[in-house]
Design a protein around this ligand. Structure first.
Ligand SMILES: [Zn+2]
Ligand SMILES: [Zn+2]
Ligand SMILES: [Zn+2]
Ligand SMILES: [Zn+2]
Length: 374
């Protein structure tokens, strides 16, 4: 199955460039965990993405290492559209214009299995997605960029190039002296909330390591301090609180008895072996990641992630450890482009009676996968 997705090229081309992927050609910038037997080795790279979210207390600005977003998949044209519906995309009156949202709501079709109810039509809405920068330590080859089955050329007549993942044993390019190759590629990985929860869980596990010496449980908690006034709120060496209570107190907002503010507490730590003053986190380790399919008919598969002990990134790859501008790469698709992708002028929506018949495709389950559809 082929897929197109908005992305930039490694050389920093405009964010509206559209890649076409398929037939084992280039992967653009969108990372997909391998379904092969050998797991990928990747490193997550934290960003600092400021986004406006709808929290329990209304609108709030949040800063996250991953980029939260929402997208649509148009199964008719096999294209992705990043939602432009804004914070209130579910509201009929407060949502921002988004052609894909409109097609999503209006394009619902009767569900034969649940009479009287409707199901998603040709376009879906994927909520709660996140994307994060990854560096994949694997072989990539520079190949001409193929769009609609044809090599795409620049104005000067030379082809656009992209980095394609090595196909392994069968790869012809590995021994081709004309082909440029490299051993790591920076991309982004788009995933669903269940995977975010898995990553948070792994992060908590990795917190038990020292990033300096890689020691396990060599980090000692010295104090939990108020982030507003600096007052020690919990002294782990003298406290009578048990670990579970401390965990609860430090995960929620804490009302500081000294300054009366409700804040998150910050932990001060030190490694008893090497003196490092922070805990390791998920960005300090290499992750081993793959999709396991239990049977050939299993389209979705199950993700497996494990990690190596914390270690520094090899010198030669240090330059790759910069976050991508995911807020630009995955920005809402402009309305004119959405109209073009959806071909709103040319094709009636399934179920619409413009005197022209269009085959209504069954919803494709893979477009609901934890990663965007292939
Ligand atoms: Zn939308
Ligand atoms: Zn190769
Ligand atoms: Zn240490
Ligand atoms: Zn305080």
């Amino acid at each position: 199955m082929e897929t197109e997705r908005n992305s930039t090229s490694e050389t920093g081309r405009a964010a509206t460039t559209v890649w076409r992927r398929g037939g084992g050609k280039g992967y653009g910038l969108n990372y997909k965990p391998t379904t092969g037997s050998v797991a990928d080795t990747i490193r997550l790279v934290p960003g600092e993405y400021r986004t406006r979210q709808l929290g329990p207390n209304g609108e709030e600005d949040t800063v996250t290492e991953y980029f939260p977003y929402r997208y649509h998949y148009d199964a008719r044209h096999k294209r992705f559209i990043n939602c432009s519906g804004g914070l209130y995309y579910k509201s009929k009156t407060k949502s921002e214009p988004c052609h894909a949202c409109r097609e999503f709501w209006d394009g619902m079709v009767p569900d034969p299995e649940n009479p009287g109810r409707k199901k998603v039509g040709y376009i879906n809405m994927v909520e709660g997605a996140s994307a994060i920068t990854v560096v994949h330590f694997g072989k990539y080859h520079k190949v001409p960029s193929v769009k609609n089955g044809k090599v795409s050329y620049k104005d000067d007549g030379t082809p656009w190039y992209e980095w394609a993942r090595c196909q392994g044993k069968m790869c012809r390019l590995c021994n081709d002296p004309q082909t440029e190759s490299k051993d790591a590629q920076r991309m982004y990985w788009s995933y669903m909330p269940s995977i975010q929860a898995l990553l948070f869980d792994l992060d908590r596990e990795i917190n038990q390591f020292c990033p300096g010496c890689g020691g396990l449980q060599t980090i000692e908690s010295l104090a939990w301090v108020c982030t507003a006034c600096g007052q020690v709120a919990i002294d782990p060496t003298t406290t009578v609180l048990d670990e579970a209570t401390i965990q609860q107190l430090t995960e929620d907002l804490f009302k500081c008895p000294a300054c009366q503010q409700s804040v998150l507490l910050a932990e001060q730590v030190k490694c008893k072996d090497c003196g490092t003053d922070r805990r390791a986190n998920i960005f300090d380790v290499n992750l081993k990641i793959k999709i396991v399919k239990t049977k050939p008919t299993d389209k979705k598969g199950t993700i497996r992630i494990s990690y190596d002990p914390p270690a520094a990134v090899p010198k030669e790859f240090e330059g790759l450890m910069r976050p991508l501008k995911l807020n630009e790469i995955l920005a809402p698709t402009p309305l004119e482009e959405q109209a073009k992708i959806l071909q709103l002028e040319l094709e009636p929506r399934p179920g619409q009676s413009l005197g022209q018949k269009f085959p209504v495709k069954e919803r494709e389950t893979e477009s609901y996968d934890d990663t965007p559809a292939e």
